[in-house]
Unconditional design. Structure first.
Length: 348
């Protein structure tokens, strides 16, 4: 998405009058003009196509909008019934593309919602020529301008080429009762010191070792990772995250080594069973504010469930002690439906 501030477009005929102060462009609806106007599914400027136009009625329309991101300069979005959810989804997916989003609003209160959705907001508000809509939109524009002149610093998006693996200190281990445990069986085999990244926060994920370690009690399952509880995030092969509860067979998950190298592995089966669970509290040495960053993960209480320690070596969760270190990936940032967004978010 664009980062040059939010615009306000006024939906008014090309009548030769000047635009009010603060208005950036004239939009003439479906009437051809020398300004911005809509022709079916195209956004025009004079006789030039400058983007796509979309009326959102249902999920199919949202999917159409998602498919245009990265292919056009502008995506004009209108709603038959105003809804923030599809607008947020479009904003989240547009963040790392050159496409800018213009949203048609019909009520003053919609200006705040669209202008600050996911703390980014749209790139343009398109409003009718009514004083209340113009005032609300210009107010949001002023707030956005002030915010962008004093930007916050956000974590970078996770790179799937090489993960930056960091040690985190085990602060606490406690039994928390029974929960649903997800075993993930893949159609590929894992190597030693390789597994998947999971965590209660997408900003701090723990490397969970695959079941490649021999045991006198059970045979190895080198295609399996005992990944923990349903609410946990897991890093997918495309750099997004999913909850474990969202996974389906055929999904491509990121297999990660202790050194941070990654590859794609396909999920072949899920085994979900009630098992006793442990809550493992962890602390990363420092975050961007200079303070320790604390997070946690829930794992099944079983000897065959292992995290990866820095040596590297597989460490059973039932043998972990406070003060030990395990490998983690810190800094995945906030997520919206699995997509990285540069917004502030705290997960506890």
């Amino acid at each position: 998405m664009g980062c040059d501030g939010m615009e306000v477009w006024l939906n008014r005929p090309d009548d030769g009058t000047e635009l009010p102060k603060g208005i950036d462009a004239r939009f003439t609806g479906s009437t051809p003009s020398a300004h911005m106007w809509r022709e079916g599914d195209r956004l025009m400027s004079d006789t030039n196509v400058v983007g796509a136009a979309l009326t959102v009625r249902d999920g199919e329309d949202q999917l159409t909008g998602l498919e245009t991101l990265g292919l056009v300069e502008w995506l004009l979005v209108e709603f038959t019934t105003w809804s923030m959810i599809p607008l947020e989804n479009l904003i989240a997916h547009a963040e790392h593309t050159p496409t800018k989003i213009a949203a048609v609003i019909t009520e003053p209160m919609q200006a705040q919602g669209a202008g600050f959705a996911l703390e980014h907001g749209v790139d343009a508000l398109v409003v009718m020529n009514t004083p209340s809509l113009i005032e609300a939109s210009l107010s949001v524009k002023a707030q956005r301008t002030a915010q962008e002149e004093d930007p916050l610093v956000f974590d970078e998006s996770i790179s799937l080429l090489t993960m930056d693996m960091k040690p985190a200190l085990v602060e606490s281990i406690e039994a928390v009762g029974i929960g649903e445990r997800y075993c993930l069986d893949f159609i590929s085999l894992f190597d030693a010191n390789e597994g998947v990244l999971v965590g209660s926060s997408a900003n701090a994920m723990v490397l969970v070792h695959s079941e490649t370690i021999p045991s006198s009690f059970v045979p190895t399952r080198p295609f399996r990772v005992n990944a923990g509880s349903p609410h946990s995030y897991i890093l997918m092969a495309d750099g997004r995250t999913k909850y474990l509860s969202e996974l389906v067979t055929g999904d491509e998950v990121a297999a990660v080594t202790a050194q941070g190298a990654t590859r794609s592995v396909v999920l072949g089966r899920l085994k979900i069973e009630q098992r006793p669970m442990l809550k493992i509290g962890l602390k990363h040495s420092v975050n961007k504010d200079g303070n320790p960053y604390r997070f946690h993960v829930f794992m099944q209480q079983a000897e065959t469930v292992r995290l990866v320690c820095p040596a590297p070596e597989a460490c059973s969760v039932t043998s972990l002690n406070e003060g030990q270190s395990v490998l983690t990936a810190i800094g995945g940032g906030a997520r919206h439906i699995g997509v990285h967004v540069s917004t502030s978010m705290e997960e506890r």
